[in-house]
Design a protein around this ligand. Structure first.
Ligand code: GRF
Length: 199
């Protein structure tokens, strides 16, 4: 599996994917890493690991479409089978999603469809749910909404705040992302309605 990674920040999910590839647990080649933020720690990690690392700063473009065109140009050159969004804090336009239909994967720190959008862990604490978790899903035109690949459940404790819950979810994210990509890489699958069915 040729894998591209898009990120905007810390890059711990990217690092987990990198380590799984290294350990031989994920049969993938990371063919490029793209950050929209020049100061993202994740893109520095990508350079340190020796990957083709690209900063495509959205602030340097006149609008969303021209920024996205450049991201697509770099992606297309790398010929990825799948694109992993790993803390990429930009919405993708319809033509981007169409071009890579069912080949863009995202991770979200809640049990979707609960708590889409930003600050999912704080939303979960404020709502008072007793379990939350993370969701790895295919990306469609709607925010945090595409067909689900893997979910992991995490307990919400009475003394949790957004930070402690986020930390507990994050360790599960790292495993869930690798599990989802490994399934996509090794098992035939199809989409039935909203469901991803692995054979
Ligand atoms: C993760 O919590 C992920 O679920 C969300 O953004 C965060 C990215 O963290 N989409 P990192 O950059 O992978 O460390």
């Amino acid at each position: 599996m040729r894998l591209a990674v898009l990120l905007s920040g810390r890059g711990s999910n990217f690092q987990a994917i990198h380590e799984a590839v290294h350990r031989g647990e994920l049969d993938a080649e990371i063919v490029c890493v793209i950050s929209n933020r020049p100061d993202a720690p994740g893109i520095q990690r990508a350079r340190d690991f020796g990957y083709a690392a690209h900063v495509i700063d959205h602030k340097a473009f006149a609008n969303r479409a021209t920024h996205e065109d450049e991201v697509l140009r770099v992606l297309d050159e790398a010929h990825p089978d799948f694109i992993a969004l790993a803390g990429y804090m930009r919405l993708l336009g319809a033509s981007f999603i169409e071009r890579y239909r069912h080949r863009i994967v995202n991770i979200h720190p809640s049990l979707l469809p609960a708590f889409p959008g930003v600050d999912a862990q704080a939303q979960a604490v404020a709502y008072g749910v007793k379990v939350s978790g993370c969701t790895v899903h295919l990306v469609d035109e709607h925010l945090d909404a595409g067909p689900i690949l893997v979910q992991r459940v995490v307990e919400v404790r009475d003394d949790d705040d957004a930070e402690t819950l986020a930390a507990r979810i994050l360790t599960q994210e790292h495993e869930a992302y690798v599990e989802a990509l490994a399934k996509l890489a090794t098992r035939p699958w199809r989409i039935e309605g909203r469901r991803v069915v692995f054979e």
